[in-house]
Design a protein around this ligand. Structure first.
Ligand SMILES: N[C@@H](CCC(=O)N[C@@H](CS)C(=O)NCC(=O)O)C(=O)O
Length: 250
C-alpha cells in the first residue's frame, strides 16, 4: 500500500497543495490503493528525514537542503520512498503502468508543457495565491509560512498585491495572458477535453493541480468571483470538473 504525505490545512478535506494534487489525481486516476498522512508545514522536514526521503532542492530562504511534500512511501517495494512530484509520477507510471499517463509518444511534449506551466503560470499565480494559502493553514503552519515566505517577498503577506490595487489587477491580467496562450494550444485539437485527447495524461493533472490551488486557497477576488473560472469560455472550470472523479481523498 502507498502512503501519500500531504500538507494539512483547516479545509475539509484538507488538501490544497498543487504539488500534492498532481500525485493525488494520478493515484486516483490509476486506481492505485493508498492512504494519506497529513503533515503540518513545520513538520515536513523531520517527516522527510525520518522516512529517508531525499531533499528536492535548496531552500529559497537560506540555501539549506529543502525537504518538500509530496512524498510517497510504497511499502510493497524497496526503496519505496520517493520525493519530488515528477519523480513520483515516473515511479507510479513504471510500477502501475495502466492506464498510461506518460506514454513515450507524448513524454517530450508533456515535458515542454509542464515546463511552460512552471515558468509562466506558477510565477504569475504565486503572489496572488501565497497570501491566500496562509489563511487556510493550521496555526503552526501559518506561523511557519509567514516566517519563511515574508522574507522572500520582503513585505508582510497582507501587503503583497493588496486587494483592489492596480498592481493586483495587472497580475490577474498576466495570468489571463498565460491562460489565453494555453487555451490557444487546446484549440489546436478542437473538441478534445484533455491534452491527452480522449483521456488524461500527466500534464493534464499538472494543469488541474495549479487550478485547484487557486480554487482551494480562494483569494477573495479569485475563482469564486468568476476570475479564471469563467475565462476562455469556461475551459478552466471544465478541466476542474473533469478531474472531480479523481479528487477523492482517502
Ligand atoms: N519540486 C517539488 C516541489 C514541492 C514543493 O515545493 N512543495 C511545497 C508545498 S507545495 C513544500 O513542501 N514546501 C515545504 C516548505 O516550504 O517548507 C515537487 O515537485 O514535489
Amino acid at each position: 500500500m502507498i502512503t501519500l504525505y500531504d500538507i494539512t490545512s483547516t479545509l475539509d478535506p484538507p488538501c490544497w497543495s498543487p504539488n500534492v494534487w498532481k500525485i493525488r489525481l494520478l493515484l486516483n486516476y490509476k486506481q492505485v490503493p493508498y492512504t494519506t498522512k497529513w503533515i503540518s508545514y513545520p513538520d515536513i522536514e523531520s517527516t522527510c528525514l525520518d522516512l529517508g526521503a531525499a531533499p528536492t532542492s535548496t531552500r529559497p530562504w537560506d540555501g539549506q537542503a529543502f525537504y518538500t511534500l509530496p512524498v510517497i512511501e510504497d511499502d510493497a517495494r524497496h526503496p519505496g520512498v520517493i520525493s519530488d512530484s515528477s519523480s513520483i509520477a515516473e515511479y507510479i507510471e513504471s510500477n502501475y503502468p495502466t492506464p498510461s499517463v506518460l506514454p513515450s509518444s507524448s513524454r517530450t511534449l508533456q515535458a515542454c508543457f509542464v515546463s511552460y506551466l512552471a515558468t509562466n503560470l506558477l510565477p504569475a499565480l504565486r503572489p496572488l495565491v501565497i497570501p491566500a494559502v496562509h489563511r487556510i493553514l493550521d496555526q503552526r503552519g501559518q506561523e511557519y509560512y509567514r516566517r519563511t515566505r515574508e522574507p522572500q517577498f520582503g513585505v508582510e503577506l497582507e501587503k503583497i498585491l493588496p486587494y483592489g490595487s492596480a498592481a493586483r489587477e495587472e497580475q490577474w491580467m498576466k495570468i489571463a495572458g498565460v491562460l489565453d496562450k494555453i487555451a490557444g494550444w487546446f484549440d489546436e485539437n478542437e473538441g478534445a477535453e484533455w491534452l491527452g485527447g480522449e483521456s488524461p495524461v500527466y500534464a493534464d493533472f499538472v494543469l488541474a493541480a495549479y487550478l485547484l490551488w487557486l480554487v482551494k486557497c480562494g483569494a477573495k477576488d479569485g475563482w469564486a468571483t468568476g476570475r479564471v473560472r469563467d475565462w476562455n469560455d469556461g475551459r478552466w472550470a471544465k478541466i476542474v470538473k473533469n478531474c472531480a472523479p479523481y479528487m477523492t481523498v482517502v
